[in-house]
Design a protein around this ligand. Structure first.
Ligand SMILES: [Zn+2]
Length: 310
């Protein structure tokens, strides 16, 4: 991204935060305009089902979205994602299964890091919106069915007219560093024995992000943190999170894991971490994650070895 005004202290080019889409939120309520774009055969639709979409390979062997003309959506619910630089309109369609489009379907974890800025912006918005619609078929006030409105960005209760807006749940993710410049990495009980990552957790109601960092690090690893630096955010629609990335500096170093979410946490010097990654003793989350970027920003260069799902 060529934004020269960007704060260079922040993490740049987070894989899922590269969208170049103009969301044209001001147009969503203009039903005639939206219908006109939907009727335009040059508009494109992204089919989405359970976090995945049709993917094809470019002649250069790089994955890209396999977009369709609007008629491919059939009678699926559709939402307006936005416009690209050329003014082409993009929609997503929530399909029941993958039979609407034979061939390869993949999700953000598989292809998010490799997609173009435009494509990752389309897919991350489509998946986040799809997850929200799937989870909110009924009114939170009265329980009656809700219907899509405002080009897919609102659901309206058929009974009481109340409007319901898409949810994004803020979560903090933090690499804790001590006075000896060691980094604290933890492992969840449901992970493979070699998988390690940064600590993370949801921001609770009435809580600041910074307070959530302090609480989560203490809860999960028993470590107290003092100063911290916010380094950037990226959407993480699994199903609807926004990850707020931090480095935080420890004021205590004794580790006491909670044994529930985190079953093991260890301090790593730079040398220890590089050797452990090299020997495959430990593996880090993939490049698409903000966790990996937080670790590599501290380390100073890319590290080897990704989580491999069994
Ligand atoms: Zn209602």
């Amino acid at each position: 991204m060529g934004d020269t005004r960007a704060d260079r202290s922040l993490l740049a080019d987070l894989s899922l935060a590269r969208s170049t889409l103009d969301r044209v939120a001001e147009k969503r309520g203009d039903a005639d305009w939206v219908a006109g774009r939907w009727a335009d055969p040059s508009s494109r639709v992204l089919l989405v089902h359970d976090g995945a979409t049709p993917i094809e390979m470019s002649p250069q062997g790089i994955p890209r979205l396999r977009l369709a003309a609007p008629r491919a959506a059939g009678d699926a619910e559709v939402a307006l994602l936005g416009l690209d630089d050329s003014g082409t309109a993009y929609f997503c369609a929530r399909v029941e299964d993958r039979t609407a489009e034979p061939g390869e379907w993949q999700g953000l974890r598989e292809v998010g890091a490799a997609l173009s800025d435009r494509d990752v912006g389309l897919l991350v918005a489509a998946v986040a919106l799809d997850n929200w619609h799937a989870a909110h078929p009924h009114c939170a006030r009265c329980g009656e069915p809700t219907l899509m409105s405002s080009a897919g960005w609102v659901r309206v209760c058929a009974a009481d007219g109340s409007e319901h807006y898409p949810r994004t749940d803020p979560a903090v993710i933090v690499l804790v560093i001590d006075d000896d410049d060691r980094a604290l990495l933890g492992r969840q009980g449901r992970w493979q024995p070699s998988w390690f990552s940064t600590l993370a957790g949801f921001v609770e109601p009435g809580e600041s992000a910074e307070a959530a960092v302090r609480r989560e690090v203490f809860e999960e690893a028993g470590v107290r943190v003092g100063e911290m630096a916010y380094l950037g955010s990226q959407p993480w629609p699994f199903p609807c999170s926004l990850m707020l990335g931090y480095h935080a500096w420890a004021t205590t170093t004794d580790v006491r894991v909670d044994g529930e979410e985190i079953v093991e946490a260890r301090w790593f010097s730079r040398d220890e971490l590089a050797r452990a990654c090299e020997s495959r003793e430990i593996a880090l989350p993939p490049a698409v994650s903000i966790a990996r970027r937080l670790v590599e920003r501290w380390y100073g260069e890319p590290l080897k070895g990704d989580w491999i799902r069994p």
